[in-house]
Design a protein around this ligand. Sequence first.
Ligand code: PLP
Length: 350
Amino acid sequence: MNTECRIAQMLRAQKKHVSFHTPGHKRAGADITELSYSDCLVSPCGVLDGAQKDIARILGAERSFMLTDGSTSGIFSMLACLRAAGKTSVAVSGFSHPSVFHACAALGLTAAVIDRKTAYGMPVQPSAEEAAAVLSGADALLLTSPDYYGNFPDLKKVSALCAAQGKPLLIDGAHGAHLHFDPAHYAGTYADLWVDGVHKSLPALTQGAVVSAKLRAWGELLERAVKLFRTTSPSYPILASVEYAVKYPENAKIEALAEKFKREHGCCPNADWSKILVPFGDFCDEAQSFIEAHGVYPEFNDGNYLMFYLSPCTKAGELKKLGKLLKKLPRREIAKDAPAGIIPMYSEEM
Ligand SMILES: Cc1ncc(COP(=O)(O)O)c(C=O)c1O
């Protein structure tokens, strides 16, 4: 397989040219449009086709499609596949991202919502039994894995459950693109259709994502579905970064350091090395201000935890700096029945 980045190579090989094409800034370089040499994302047959095939092989998919409009357009595409396959309802976690509910509303799919539960001030993934109860009255199951807090549903059990009922499993992996190195936790090991938010936990530019299908039949539906939601003016810098991100090597050193860091700094245990949750309770705002005054920025503050989001590009020295700052701050125990804080980005409805 070509592990070189085909799109970046193509952009680098570009000769200086006079632009009588979009975009209007009239500069060549990375931000070009679909030209004679740069392929076309709607019907790829050159460099973009090669990159997508490499990505599918790396992710263990029959087909993968690069997206420049975020995981949101991947979620719309997966759900459009269900509709195209004649399905009318989908069981979803109550903590699903708003795009899940928006897509269901736009596509005329009924979202059968699995009850929301929280513990220690954060969302709890639905159990296989809770998912089964709602799935029995729905045509498919869509879960988020991992969630924003680095927690996973029991992927083995839910995939067995879907297989037993002959219903497709869809996974929103907006926060799990870094897990293709870890098959036991990777969405693509279990799902029929899944999204990798490569811009969140791998080094892609913001909005870079991939949507994939495990089997040919879903791949054909997905090829049509992505066309409904993807821009017809894809950003080449984003496309190049998506390919780069999926081909980016595992960083076992930072993964191990992150797990050690969590143990040493009283962080909340979770199964995703890339999400560090530090419990501060009612001290969250002060802790955030103190840390930010030193130029260090967390992903979110939900009123219970500050969350620090890592990727294979996080440097050991950066983690060390964070550790030094955390040592100066008090920690709070979050009670099991503590209400959820302001849960970022989750919504029951549109
Ligand atoms: C769980 C989850 N799914 C989907 C999305 C949408 O991703 P994007 O912003 O790449 O469209 C997000 C965004 O934060 C998310 O948290």
